[in-house]
Ligand binder design. Structure first.
Ligand code: FAD
Ligand code: MLT
Ligand code: ZN
Length: 506
């Protein structure tokens, strides 16, 4: 048994990894409309007068029309989808957003709201010529109440900036994800993003206290309360959490920030089987109790490929499975006591074969960097089919075996990793280049398998453009009809993020 503390591992910041990958677009992805055979709906077509109106409303500098400038706004992070928008608008205030939407609604111009464009299901980029409303300039922090932890900000604030700001005030953001250097809080809310600490701090449906949003017709909905409890009728904020920009656009957010933990530990462990991962999870929950803040797993291919592609260092040896266990607590002695007892028991039991534990910030960052870079590292291997499903824990890893068997004749890598505490596994299928044949082998097969387990076809990334036709595997027809009815009320002309979330009735 080798147990050690980490030595220096190169740390690539998340921001740096994201930017680097986003900017090395060597070949352009195929247009989404051609790749997936979508027909343009009958929306208005952008005219010079429309551009002139936008320029007069928000100034020339904040209206992009140059084709090369538009390119990064038209392509998604995993280079799977490409739209054909002719204009990007960068409003600075809710009033500007309201005026833009009012105009687009009257002119029947379709709109694609866009945050940090880190979404993984094609929801953040247009399919045809939708007007892109990008929120990057709505990035002001409005207030923070250090007593209650309520932080109020504009939708375009980058998650990492908010977290840094909160930390200076002994608070943290309740969510953390690998894209935090680029994703925006408005995008997080619109996708109901999960991330690595959902297990501890809960999901955004609980931590978002209030939102301000703009409806398709330009009317502003002010639900920007900072109260923890408010049972005055329907909880309208939930219309915007996870609706991926199809019911309205989020302009401001009030969110509950937990206290900055005084004591943080992170362990990275080698484990022999997936069954051991599950047993370890059960044991961690009961032994670590309230201090457990993350329990993540990755298989050997996920970690091996990431370390190799990004030239990182795996701090322990090679094992079939890896587990990351993090604790957040308020008393160093108490936490390390609990952790030591848990570790020595599970090393004796053989569930943990090897590992490293650290409380040093740079070393923790290095370990998290390996886990959080899995998605980006896969892009170095070619084209990635990406799935994000939740299934009962006992069946969590089965799908990886099933897919490997199904794809045995194909030149590909299939690997699984994810948020065990949330029952959410990510499966990446990496092929040298996009292939219709592999696509046909994967979909709808994978969703049928998920539905056999009564799982969800999207645990955290959303439905976006890539999954509306499969949503019925997770939603019955009555629920889908209610979704359509809500869409009609909120956006009667269907201008908000068309081709996303809701399946075409035909
Ligand atoms: P975008 O990608 O720009 O948009 C996402 C969706 O939200 C689109 O449908 C868009 O139209 C809509 N939208 C954006 N802003 C607004 C707004 N202001 N109003 C209305 N609609 C809006 N996701 C997780 O859940 N958990 C993870 O752990 C996680 N890790 C990731 C790691 C990496 C490396 C990457 C690249 C992505 C990861 N994601 C994860 C996915 C992605 O980061 C999240 O979905 C994130 O919440 C998207 O935020 P964004 O600002 O980039 O939104
Ligand atoms: C993660 O958990 O790393 C993210 O959700 C992104 C991914 O699916 O790789
Ligand atoms: Zn995830």
């Amino acid at each position: 048994m080798l147990f050690r503390y980490l030595f220096s591992t190169p740390y690539i910041t998340k921001t740096c990894t994201l930017n680097k990958l986003n900017r090395t677009l060597s070949t352009l992805p195929q247009l989404s409309s051609e790749k997936y055979g979508v027909k343009r709906k009958e929306f208005g077509v952008l005219k010079n007068d429309d551009v002139k109106f936008f320029q007069s409303l928000i100034s020339k500098e904040r209206v992009l029309t140059d084709e090369s400038e538009l390119l990064p706004y038209n392509i998604d992070w995993i280079k799977n989808c490409r739209g054909q928008s002719k204009v990007v608008l960068k409003p600075k205030t809710t009033e500007e957003v309201s005026q833009i939407l009012k105009y687009c609604n009257e002119r029947r111009l379709a709109v694609c709201p866009q945050g940090g464009n880190t979404g993984l299901v094609g929801g953040s980029v247009p399919v045809f010529d939708e007007v892109i409303i990008n929120f990057m300039l709505m990035n002001k922090i409005i207030s923070v109440d250090e007593l209650s932890g309520a932080l109020v900000c504009e939708a375009g604030c980058i998650l990492e900036n908010l977290d840094n700001y909160a930390r200076e005030r002994n608070l943290i953001m309740p969510l953390d994800l690998g894209a935090k250097g680029s994703c925006q809080i408005g995008g997080n809310i619109s996708t109901n993003a999960g991330g690595i600490r959902l297990l501890r701090y809960g999901n955004l449906q609980g931590t978002v206290l209030g939102v301000e949003a703009v409806k398709a017709d330009g009317s502003i909905i002010d639900c920007l309360r900072t109260l923890k409890k408010d049972n005055t009728g329907y909880h309208l904020k939930h219309l915007f959490i996870g609706s991926e920009g199809t019911l309205g656009v989020v302009t401001k957010v009030a969110i509950q920030c937990p206290s900055l933990p005084k004591s943080v530990n992170l362990g990275f462990f080698g484990v022999e089987s997936f069954d051991s991962v599950l047993q370890l999870y059960k044991s961690a929950k009961s032994s670590l109790g309230e201090i457990l803040s993350a329990f993540e797993m990755a298989d050997s291919l996920s970690i091996g490929t990431t370390v190799k592609n990004l030239k990182l260092t795996n701090p322990i040896g090679e094992y079939p499975f890896y587990v990351l266990i993090e604790t957040h607590g308020s008393d160093e002695e108490h936490d390390s006591d609990k952790l030591s007892r848990f570790l020595s028991r599970e090393m004796d039991s053989g569930l943990i074969v090897d590992g490293t534990v650290t409380a040093e910030e740079t070393k923790m960052k290095s370990i998290w960097n390996i886990r959080e870079s899995i998605a980006g590292a896969a892009l170095h291997g070619g084209y990635m089919f990406k799935y994000d499903v939740s299934v009962p824990l006992r069946s969590y890893y089965e799908l990886v075996h099933v897919l490997r068997r199904r794809l045995r004749a194909v030149d590909c890598k299939v690997y699984g990793y994810g948020h065990v505490g949330d029952g959410n596994i990510h499966i990446n299928v990496v092929v040298p280049e996009y292939s219709k044949e592999v696509y046909g082998l994967l979909e709808p097969f994978i969703f049928e398998e998920v539905s056999k387990h009564k799982g969800s076809i999207s645990a955290e990334h959303g439905v976006g453009f890539r999954k509306p036709q499969y949503i019925h595997y997770s939603k019955d027809q009555t629920s889908l009809q209610l979704m359509r009815d809500m869409k009609r009320v909120m956006d009667p002309n269907g201008i908000l993020n068309p081709y996303k979330v809701l399946p075409d009735p035909s």
